[in-house]
Design a protein around this ligand. Structure first.
Ligand code: PEP
Ligand code: MN
Length: 256
């Protein structure tokens, strides 16, 4: 049985509904987040993503706004009543981050950062634990165990694709991990078709597949102007693409 994770008083992940989390890869400025917030709110979406600490492959790429980004997220969260997901990379930031965001994301690159996992384990904050890009399902479950062992059981897993020889897509989205996780654990599991495919045209089919295979939801990158995004613009949907995905998924979801 999937454990229902309460996010604050009203929102839940793992309760049988298909949760949709939307937002840009990175928080860039207030105006950008306000546009995204207003748009997602118009679709009645409850969960907002946006990275303030960005683990970029190159140290010369935009690294995120840090706590300034968290402040922006909190303003938008309060304005539209969102639950906010954002990454924390440094164990020293965990406590302070908890004042701004609702779900702490542990990124793929930090899935085996045991100091970070233990620090988050000492809180009661919901955690979105992304699968390491080169991690087996067993290693991923063990990473969750590090959090749980410290007392925090508010864990949500996220399949975000793994490294294989295939290079057409950015990663290989291992969707069968969803039923495997369901059979081996009681954690809810989301799918990230944005990082999982790295290709806009694959995000809708991957989201449909995630729904069909039993995922508890998806986390999708959306940006007001993807071509100007400071990170991951190539895989970010614009508002109209996101809206048509949302409507299509809603239609299918109502049928099942
Ligand atoms: C992200 O969600 O923007 C991100 C960096 O994801 P991942 O850790 O899966 O690469
Ligand atoms: Mn990204």
């Amino acid at each position: 049985m999937t454990k229902v994770i309460n996010i604050g008083n009203e929102a839940k992940i793992g309760d049988g509904s298909f949760s949709i989390i939307g937002g840009p890869c990175a928080v860039e400025n207030y105006a950008q987040m306000e546009k995204v917030g207003c748009f997602l709110n118009s679709l009645n979406i409850k969960f907002l993503r946006g990275g303030a600490f960005k683990p970029r492959t190159s140290p010369n790429s935009f690294q995120g706004l840090g706590f300034e980004g968290f402040k922006i997220l909190k303003e938008i969260k309060e304005k539209y009543d969102f639950k906010v997901v954002s990454e924390v990379m440094d164990p020293r930031d965990v406590e302070k981050a908890s004042e701004y965001i609702d779900i702490i994301q542990i990124g793929s690159r930090n899935m085996q950062n045991y100091v970070l996992l233990k620090e988050i384990g000492k809180t009661e904050k919901p955690v979105l634990l992304k699968r390491g890009m080169s991690s087996t399902i067993k290693e991923w479950i063990m990473a969750a165990e590090y959090i749980k062992k410290e007392g925090n059981e508010n864990i949500i897993l996220c399949e975000r694709g793994i490294r294989t020889f295939e290079d057409y897509s950015r990663n290989t989205l291992d969707l069968v991990s969803v039923p495997i996780i369901k059979s081996k654990t009681d954690y809810p599991i989301l799918v990230d078709p944005s990082h999982g495919t790295g290709r806009k045209e694959l995000i809708l089919p991957a989201t449909k597949a995630a729904l069909a295979i039993g995922a508890d939801g998806v986390i999708i990158e959306v940006h007001p102007e993807p071509s100007k995004a400071l990170s991951d613009g190539f895989q970010s949907l614009d508002f109209s693409q996101f809206k048509s995905l949302f409507n299509e998924i809603k239609k299918i979801n109502e049928l099942v």
